[in-house]
Design a protein around this ligand. Structure first.
Ligand code: KIV
Length: 266
């Protein structure tokens, strides 16, 4: 465990110094403690809890009450990591509701609110930032839009989509986003976005050149049913305990050896 709390300034400093940021999901107090001990920098209470905890097929059914319940549980196990929490599906259809729901998540323990999308979200990011609510914007594959997208697919593959994503990233930074998460984005595009913005970029399925990495805990532990996503790795393989597996993930992200080319899209 580290000696001092992780702050947004510290994450920015890590980007500037080329030190990789380690992020991982957790949904309860026991795992929050294990992640703290392993030295994870950012703990994400992701709305993936709808799939890996509640057994839904998508993240769409997850409610504000679910997010608050799990955020409170995780926050009780936290010492020095930064707690990031997802705004659930339709948690911010208007600026007013975004402010109300972001307040509820912050009061449940969140230190950063993660929002999927750009476009209409720009005004919301601006207003949250004006009120000193830290925001992580989420671009690339946005699982809350799975029904519109027609499946979980790599995003930004053609040049028009890549240009639009780069422009969105820069607009979100200008609007006041503090962090950016890129999900399932070709490695070349993720690298270009990471170089083009000053805010730290955390990737999942976005290659090794992002400033940091995130995984869903259950994928890391190899207990996701069915075929594991290409970008994930079963760190239990060869590990002698859950804590050891999480420690190996932390070490590999810090060393830049995870993700490998086999976990990325080009
Ligand atoms: O909800 C979540 O766990 C996420 C990850 C896919 C990064 O957003």
């Amino acid at each position: 465990m580290r000696a001092s709390p992780i702050t947004l300034n510290r994450l920015r400093q890590m980007k500037e110094q080329g030190d990789k940021i380690v992020c991982l999901t957790a949904y309860d107090v026991s795992f929050a403690r294990v992640l703290e001990q392993a030295g994870v920098d950012v703990i994400l209470v992701g709305d993936t809890l709808g799939m890996v905890i509640q057994g839904h097929k998508t993240t769409v059914p997850v409610t504000m009450e679910d997010m608050m319940y799990h955020s409170q549980a995780v926050s009780r196990g936290m010492e020095n990591a930064l707690l990031m929490v997802d705004m659930p599906f339709m948690g911010c259809p208007t600026v007013d509701l975004a402010l109300v729901n972001a307040t509820r998540l912050m009061q449940a323990g969140a230190q950063v609110i993660k929002l999927e999308g750009s476009g209409v979200q720009l005004e919301i990011v601006t207003e949250l930032a004006r009120r000193s609510i830290p925001v992580c914007a989420h671009l690339g594959l946005q699982p809350q839009s799975v029904h519109k997208l027609g499946g979980y697919r790599v995003q930004g593959r053609d040049s028009a989509a890549a240009k639009a994503m780069l422009e969105s990233a820069m607009a979100l930074e200008k609007a006041g986003a503090d962090l950016l998460l890129l999900e399932c984005v070709p490695v070349e595009l993720a690298s270009e976005i990471t170089e083009s913005v000053a805010i730290p970029v955390i990737g999942i399925g976005a290659g090794v050149n992002c400033d940091g990495q995130v995984l869903v805990l259950q994928d890391l532990l190899g207990i996701t049913p069915g075929k594991a996503p290409r970008f994930s790795k079963d760190f239990m393989h060869g590990a002698d305990s859950i804590a050891d597996a999480i420690g190996r993930y932390v070490a590999d992200v810090r060393a830049g050896t995870f993700p490998g080319p086999e976990h990325a899209f080009s």
